[in-house]
Write a protein that binds this ligand. Structure first.
Ligand SMILES: Cc1ncc(COP(=O)(O)O)c(C=O)c1O
Length: 405
C-alpha cells in the first residue's frame, strides 16, 4: 500500500513539472491534509508545520471554526459583485476597523494587490492634497512588497527586478533602519514612505529602536504618508494584532493579506478617513475583492483570534520560549549560527552556511521549515504552537547541527 502512495506522489510531482509553469523550486512532497500544527503528505507521512503557508495558517490547518464558516457560506452564497452590499464583507470590515488605526478598508485578494491599492491611494491622495507632482514613494532596500509590477518596483531587491524592466517609475530605495537616508531622499516629488515593520523575505530583519517613531516624525514634518506593509507581520504574527502596535506609532495606510483569511485568499488595504476619501467609485476595484466566501473565512479567523486574546498571548509566550531556545543553540553552535532575530512567532536564524540542506534534512525527519536569502532559516508556525512542538524542532536542529560540526 505504501508503495502505491509513493508511486502516486511521484506521478503527481511529474505531472506538476509537466503542466505547471516553472515558477517555484518545490520540495519533493505533495501535501494533502492538515489539522492544527500538522500536515500529511500524499504518501501518508506526517509533518509538523513551522512554515504555515508562509505566515498564512495563523490558527493552524483547517481550524474547525474557519472550516465550518466556509462550508456554511459555500452553501449560502459563493460570490456576488461589489455592485451590491455583501454581508460577511461588512462584518469583517467592522471587526478590522474597530481594532486598528484605520477608518476604512478596501478588500482584494493578495498582498501584492493590497500594496498596489496602497500605492494608488497614496498617489491619488498626494496629488489632491500635497501637490500635483507628488508621486514618489521611498521604500527600503531588502524590502519585499509582491510580484505585480508596481509592488515589484517598490520592492528593494534587484534580484526580483531582473528581466522585468522597465519598472514602474517613482520608487526610491534607501537602506532600512537609516533615518538620515530617508531625509536625504525626500524631494518635491515625494508622497510617501512605505516599509515593512519587520523585513520578512530578506531574512527577518528587525527595525532598530525608535526607527518607526523617527520615520513617523519625518513623514509628519514633510506631510508624507506612512504606508506599512503588514502582509507578513499582520494578524497576530508578532504577538499583537498589528506589528505597528509594538512601536507606539500609527500608519496612514496599511496593507494586509496572508493570515487574514486563516488560509482563504484575501487581502486588504486600510486607511484613515482623510486619506481613504481620495478613493471614490471608479478609482479602484477588484472583482473578487471582499468575496463572501473569503470574508466568511476571515470573519471566523478574526473572531477566533480575538477571543479572550488567548492566541495572541500564546504567540508572545511561545515566541519568547522559541527565541530562548534558538539563542541556546546559537551558543552551542557558534560556528554554524551567526544570528537569531525576530518578534513573536516570526523568527529567523542566520547561518554561516547554506540553509536549504538543513531544510531538506528537517523535511526528511518530518518537520517543515523555510529558508530565505540563502542562509536564514525562518520559523513562522501557526500561532497555536506548543512548547512540546517547539522542543521537538529544537532537539532536531540540535541533532542536525551536532552532526555538521
Ligand atoms: C511583506 C510582504 N508584502 C507583500 C507580499 C506579497 O504577498 P502576496 O504573495 O500575497 O502577493 C509578501 C509575500 O511574501 C510579503 O511578505
Amino acid at each position: 500500500m505504501l508503495y502505491f502512495y509513493i508511486m502516486d506522489m511521484k506521478r503527481l510531482i511529474e505531472e506538476s513539472k509537466k503542466y505547471l509553469m516553472n515558477t517555484y523550486n518545490r520540495y519533493p512532497i505533495v501535501l494533502r491534509k492538515g489539522r492544527g500544527m500538522k500536515v500529511w503528505g500524499s504518501d501518508g507521512k506526517e509533518y509538523l508545520d513551522f512554515v504555515a503557508g508562509i505566515a498564512v495558517n495563523c490558527l493552524g490547518h483547517c481550524h474547525p471554526k474557519v472550516a465550518v464558516a466556509l462550508q456554511k457560506q459555500a452553501q449560502r452564497l459563493l460570490h456576488v459583485s461589489n455592485l451590491y452590499y455583501i454581508e460577511p464583507q461588512i462584518k469583517l470590515a467592522k471587526l478590522m476597523i474597530e481594532r486598528s488605526f484605520a477608518d476604512r478598508v478596501f478588500f482584494c485578494n493578495s498582498g501584492a494587490e493590497a500594496n498596489e491599492a496602497a500605492i494608488k491611494l497614496a498617489r491619488k491622495y498626494a496629488k489632491e492634497h500635497i501637490g500635483h507632482n507628488r508621486y514618489e514613494i521611498i521604500t527600503a532596500q531588502g524590502s519585499f512588497h509582491g510580484r505585480t509590477l508596481a509592488a515589484l518596483s517598490a520592492t528593494g531587491q534587484e534580484k526580483f527586478h531582473k528581466g522585468f524592466e522597465p519598472l514602474v517609475p517613482g520608487f526610491k530605495h534607501v537602506p532600512f533602519n537609516d533615518i538620515t537616508a530617508i531625509k536625504k531622499t525626500i524631494t518635491k516629488h515625494t508622497c510617501a514612505v512605505m516599509l515593512e515593520p519587520i523585513q520578512g523575505e530578506i531574512g527577518v530583519r528587525m527595525p532598530v529602536k525608535n526607527y518607526f517613531k523617527e520615520v513617523r516624525h519625518v513623514c509628519d514634518e514633510h506631510g508624507l504618508l506612512l504606508i506599512l506593509d503588514e502582509v507578513q507581520t499582520g494578524i497576530g504574527r508578532t504577538g499583537k494584532l498589528f506589528a505597528y502596535e509594538h512601536f507606539g506609532i500609527k500608519p496612514d495606510i496599511m496593507s494586509l493579506a496572508k493570515a487574514l483569511g486563516g488560509g482563504a485568499a484575501i487581502g486588504a488595504m486600510l486607511a484613515k478617513d482623510s486619506v481613504a476619501a481620495s478613493f471614490q467609485p471608479g478609482s479602484h476595484a477588484a472583482t473578487f475583492g471582499g468575496n463572501p466566501l473569503a470574508c466568511a473565512a476571515a470573519v471566523a479567523t478574526m473572531e477566533t483570534l480575538l477571543e479572550d486574546n488567548f492566541i495572541l498571548d500564546n504567540c508572545s509566550r511561545m515566541g519568547k520560549y522559541f527565541m530562548k531556545n534558538l539563542e541556546r543553540l546559537k551558543k552551542e553552535f557558534p560556528s554554524v549560527i551567526a544570528d537569531i532575530r525576530g518578534l513573536g512567532l516570526m523568527l529567523g536564524m542566520e547561518l554561516t552556511k547554506a540553509g536549504n540542506p538543513i531544510v531538506s534534512k528537517c523535511i526528511d525527519r518530518g518537520v517543515l521549515i523555510n529558508c530565505v536569502s540563502g542562509n536564514v532559516l525562518r520559523f513562522m508556525p501557526p500561532l497555536i504552537v506548543t512548547e512540546k512542538e517547539i522542543d521537538y524542532l529544537i532537539d532536531m536542529l540540535e541533532d542536525i547541527f551536532g552532526r555538521l560540526s
